[in-house]
Design a protein around this ligand. Structure first.
Ligand SMILES: [Zn+2]
Length: 363
């Protein structure tokens, strides 16, 4: 901040995310895997009991240092890209789709052998548990994502799926379901005209998903049209499944083991929520105002406006005028048709994007 001139300065504290994934259960006495630590008989807590609170205090102190450096003309925004809450279990949605006859495995001997081995416990979950017991689980974190994906391919994976008989599959964190659409998926069998009735069928099957106690697990089913729009929307998942109020998420790849409801492979006990925080202060920002119904998409146009720049009219989101002392006079610019053309990324740009994503731990 002091070394270079800047118009907008941004800093991301990733530690809050990592901490809450790993340590939620120590703080939360209602968590099914709550642990009070070795000295628990006398009521003393785990050494990690206050780790999350202390982590927030450290981030708060770091923000304090930045505020000391920033001048009085600087507007400061504090935002999270999501909230946090407890994670109780993982749902292998592909196993459930298989049980419901919506996804089928190939019938060749090799796939059958893999499926049998999977049922016998040759699963990513078992291997990870063995490695944890041997104390080498850090090796998994240190291997590249490519190697890990290759390792995962040795288990039952999407390669084992008989796409000619599969209507729906799950891929991706949280609970994304894709229909096996002809013309979109390489071996798609669902005709585009049948998409909605097939989606209904999949949604009906998911509504029957229950835990061992018979409790329904699906909190919300969100069809694609409710969340995605634009020219690439049809490449997105056909359905988002909110499981047990986000206290359960699906496994991002094929399946961790042969169970439908299972434990988190790395022992995470916290996970994302859709509500986050937003705080603003500085010249022109109204004091003590409460913001209702803000969306993460509103941040970019708001920041452009606060920086004195016009907002592109086709941009998603809106300027959060209600945080300001006086109603904003937002300037918009039209994007010229020649600017609207999608140029795609060249090799250098793609490499840069990859490098950024790797730095954030996504690759
Ligand atoms: Zn996270």
């Amino acid at each position: 901040m002091q070394a270079e001139p800047w118009d907008v300065f941004m800093l991301h504290f990733l530690s809050l995310d990592v901490m809450q994934h790993g340590l939620w259960r120590f703080m939360d006495p209602t968590h099914p895997r709550h642990e009070t630590g070795p000295s628990s008989p006398d009521g003393a807590g785990s050494p990690y009991e206050n780790a999350i609170r202390d982590g927030y205090a450290r981030v708060d102190a770091a923000i304090g240092k930045m505020l000391d450096v920033a001048d009085d003309e600087t507007i400061v925004l504090v935002m999270s890209d999501h909230g946090f809450g407890p994670l109780h279990a993982i749902v292998n949605l592909n196993n459930y789709l298989m049980e419901k006859g919506l996804l089928h495995l190939k019938r060749d001997p090799w796939t059958r052998l893999k499926a049998a081995a999977f049922r016998q416990g040759l699963t990513p979950a078992t291997i990870f548990r063995w490695m944890s017991r041997l104390g080498v689980q850090d090796l998994v974190a240190r291997t590249s994502k490519g190697t890990r994906n290759k390792m995962m391919g040795k288990f039952l994976s999407y390669d084992a799926v008989d796409w000619s008989r599969t209507v729906a599959y799950s891929m991706g964190h949280v609970g994304q379901i894709y229909l096996n659409i002809a013309g979109r998926e390489p071996d798609g069998i669902v005709a585009r005209k049948d998409r909605l009735p097939v989606l209904e069928q999949v949604m009906d099957a998911l509504k029957e998903l229950r835990d061992e106690a018979g409790r329904p697990l699906v909190t919300r089913l969100i069809p694609r049209r409710e969340i995605y729009h634009g020219s690439h929307a049809e490449h997105g998942p056909d359905l988002h499944v909110v499981l047990d109020d986000y206290q359960m998420i699906s496994f991002p790849l094929f399946a961790t083991d042969d169970k439908i409801i299972t434990e988190q492979i790395r022992g995470d006990s916290g996970c994302h929520r859709s509500e986050g925080v937003f705080i603003a202060s500085g010249p022109g920002i109204g004091r003590g105002k409460t913001l209702v119904g803000a969306n993460i998409l509103d941040l970019a146009p708001t920041i452009l406006h606060l920086a004195g720049l016009p907002v592109r009219s086709e941009m998603d989101g809106r300027v959060l005028g209600e945080i300001l002392e006086t109603p904003p006079d937002v300037r918009f610019t039209e994007t010229q048709p020649e600017q609207r053309q999608e140029t795609g990324l060249d090799e250098v740009e793609s490499a840069e994007v990859e490098e950024r994503l790797r730095g954030l731990g996504y690759l």
